[in-house]
Design a protein around this ligand. Structure first.
Ligand code: ADP
Ligand code: MG
Length: 698
């Protein structure tokens, strides 16, 4: 039996290790930095660095790395050994405070969206002392923020930290209004549920589309898919179970709180949900989780697919971002309370979220946009591209009676009034599950369900934190100046409900009728990445992020540019992979099959001219016609790609062209190829089929 409590966090320089290994004064100074964002004294850093190094070496580390999260969506690292030369041609192991706090790396090849000229290629990494250092592969990993020489964020962590700070400040103002003077810090908490596919490595290796793009670009529907719902929460196959155990252990060592595992809707699809954590730690852990999901799979001769839509016709993979706000005194601010007073406070936070989501629907949509995620949103398996909030019937009824000043039907039938002692007890966690809502209240947190599976969680949380901070800022200003606090609070809550209730929708988000209804309500529907990316540079959004010091205008322009270019690049790679697979694999295979058929036909006719040969004739006709269609469509795709690749075009124009011309051409080509796959002999078809891949792991 493994001692899991001893294993958990054994590779993490966590609070317990720090308490044991740091002098009391150093530990306290570090805590002050962590809790109050105080600048760290270099002498403190030197002591921490020395203790970290000793601990790391005892655990077998020889190197250290500043670990950061550039705009590629994955992490980056550059390893330095601890060695330092001393007299007598010897080395000692050293690690200075300076090396801990700040790193410099040539960063010219990371996407910067024009923030960094190539002549100023330096990027800087700065230690994030709020996320623990850890050891992986004999290397000490130091979580860091990554920015340019001028201090502009080039990464996903910096804005997240800034947004947490912005929210902290505004939440504290509101809490103080309610008399919570003991709270000195609040943090957003995040628990990301991660979906993924596992397939056999041997199959994967034979699919260039999976290797290049993470998804299948061809593949006829298998005879069996997910229609029986026999995979969802089904018994876990032993090879998968072994993988999950192994993954748990690797992640536990790194302090990741892996908790729940189960099979998901599609065959070969699974999910892991950790226990929630402070947002920036959760974001770091989510990156580690995605990385280790892939690494551990390799040990089991499996491949973990994190793409949002690896297989057409079965569910794709998402990531659910559970989000709440906690105080350092242990209060969850989105948990309905036991007293009217607590519930008035809860309602105010609820209203802040409602108003934030309504006003910044566009930024929430854009925060989860990617070419991969476009395949899921609105495809009857994931929430639609329309952002709305699910509150559940009871909470909605409470808000309605507040707005109208009518009685709310609880056991006591109370008149709903905020601030006086007539607010009823709020139902706790009676919310029914609504899987179709993009943004659902689930009793004590919100679950943002539009994220793609391969996406880091930082960006959506940046938007949530900042948009909610803005509302709380306005609420606090209004209430701080009020003579009659309760009266002003009641009026404010009623006003927010009245003005923003259009964003609340408790029905079926997959229903066509909802799209129509959403339009009537004036909600945004931005189906693709190319459609929504321009929201990044809308004046109202730039104003929001600038005001709270989360993004500068230049940083928003740069992100817009990076995502736009990335969208086109992803589609470019996919389209070229299709061209190559068609030309080099599919066309030769169908020609061979055609020859086999033709030869069989002439052999039969030669042997016995009176034979009908209906099968061979019909098949040969079909295959031949579809092959011609295939090559026509291949030519078509080549043609539109050439247009897309013409130099000198505006990035938005290029993105729109990929959306309008290249994607349809890819779909058409795929249709011909999939039509051929079902006709051609299995031994001649060049790739493993959907059936092979989805049901291969036992
Ligand atoms: P359910 O979806 O049934 O409510 P849980 O309550 O276990 O299940 O939550 C699911 C996910 O939500 C888990 O990843 C969990 O860590 C996360 N979660 C729970 N509470 C919070 C919270 N206060 N803040 C952020 N995430 C949370
Ligand atoms: Mg799920």
């Amino acid at each position: 039996m493994k001692d899991i409590p001893a294993l958990f966090g054994c590779m993490v320089f966590n609070d317990q290790v720090m308490q044991e290994r740091l002098p009391e004064a150093t530990y306290q100074a570090l805590m002050r930095t962590k809790e109050n964002g105080r600048k760290l004294d270099p002498s403190v850093a030197a002591v921490v660095a020395a203790a970290m190094k000793d601990w790391a070496i005892e655990k077998g580390a020889t190197h250290f790395t500043h670990w950061f999260q550039p705009m590629t969506g994955i992490t980056a690292e550059k390893h330095d050994s601890f060695i330092s030369p001393v007299a007598g041609d010897k080395v000692i192991m050293e690690f200075s405070g300076k090396e801990l706090i700040k790193g410099e790396s040539d960063a010219s090849s990371f996407p910067s969206g024009g923030l960094r000229a190539t002549f100023e290629a330096r990027g800087y990494t700065a230690w994030d002392p709020t996320s623990y250092a850890f050891i992986k592969d004999n290397t000490l990993y130091i979580p860091t923020a990554f920015c340019s020489y001028g201090g502009e964020a080039l990464d996903k962590k910096t804005p997240l930290l800034r947004s947490m700070e912005a929210l902290n400040k505004q939440v504290l103002r509101v809490l103080h209004l309610f008399g919570n003077e003991d709270v000195t810090m609040v943090r957003t908490t995040v628990g990301p549920e991660q979906e993924y596919f596992l397939i056999d490595k041997a199959m994967y290796d034979r699919r260039k589309d999976l290797i290049n793009t993470g998804r299948t670009l061809f593949g006829a529907r298998p005879s069996k898919g997910q229609e029986l719902h026999d995979h969802y929460y089904g018994a876990i196959k032993s090879r998968v179970a072994a993988y999950m155990r192994d993954l748990d252990e690797e992640l536990w060592k790194l302090g990741v709180l892996c908790k729940t595992e189960h099979n998901e809707g599609a065959p070969a699809q699974h999910e892991m949900a950790p226990i929630f954590n402070t947002a920036n730690i959760a974001a770091d852990h989510d990156q580690l989780t995605m990385e280790l999901m892939k690494k551990v799979a390799a040990r089991h001769d499996l491949v973990c697919l994190l793409h949002e839509k690896p297989f057409a016709g079965v569910n794709g993979s998402g990531k659910h971002n559970n989000w709440s706000i906690s105080t350092n005194t242990g209060m969850n601010l989105l948990e309905p309370g036991d007293t009217p007073h607590e519930n008035a406070q809860f309602l105010l936070f609820l209203c802040a979220v409602i108003k934030a989501v309504d006003e910044y629907q566009d930024m929430l949509r854009v925060s989860i946009a990617s070419a991969g995620n476009d395949h899921r949103l609105g495809a009857q398996e994931a929430p639609p591209a329309v952002v709305s909030i699910f509150l559940g019937d009871e909470l909605t009824a409470i808000l309605e009676s507040l707005e109208n000043g009518t009685a709310y039907a609880t056991k006591e039938q109370v008149q709903m009034k905020v601030g006086v002692h007539t607010l009823p007890r709020f139902p706790k966690d009676t919310t029914d599950r609504n899987r179709t809502s993009p943004f659902a209240f689930t009793g004590n947190k919100f679950e943002f369900r539009m994220l793609g599976s391969s996406q880091p969680v930082s960006e959506p949380n940046v938007v949530l934190n900042t948009a909610v901070a803005k509302q709380l800022d306005e609420f606090a200003t209004e209430l701080e100046g009020a003579e009659d606090f309760n009266g002003a609070l009641g009026a404010l809550i009623r006003r927010v409900i009245r003005e923003h209730k259009r964003i609340i929708f408790n029905g079926n988000g997959y229903d066509e009728a909802w799209t129509e209804e959403a339009k009537r309500r004036g909600l945004l529907n931005l189906p693709t990445t190319a459609d929504c990316l321009p929201c990044y540079i809308l004046p109202k959004n730039i104003a929001l992020f600038e005001k709270y010091g989360v993004y500068s205008e230049a940083e928003m322009h740069s992100r817009y540019d990076i995502y736009l270019t990335n969208y086109a690049k992803v589609l470019h790679i996919e389209a070229h992979t299709m061209v190559s697979m068609t030309q080099k694999d599919i066309v030769p295979a169908v020609i061979r099959y055609g020859r086999e058929l033709a030869e069989a036909l002439s052999a039969k006719r030669a042997a016995m001219p009176s034979l009908a040969c209906n099968t061979e004739t019909a098949l040969l006709e079909k295959v031949s016609a579809l092959t011609d269609q295939l090559t026509d469509r291949l030519a078509c795709l080549r043609q539109v790609l050439a247009v897309a690749e013409q130099p000198g075009q505006e990035p938005q124009t290029v993105a729109n062209y990929y959306r309008d011309e290249v994607i349809p051409a890819m779909d058409a080509l795929r249709q011909s190829a999939d039509g051929l796959e079902v006709l051609v002999a299995k031994d001649l078809w060049p790739f493993p089929s959907y059936g092979d891949m989805l049901f291969s792991v036992r």
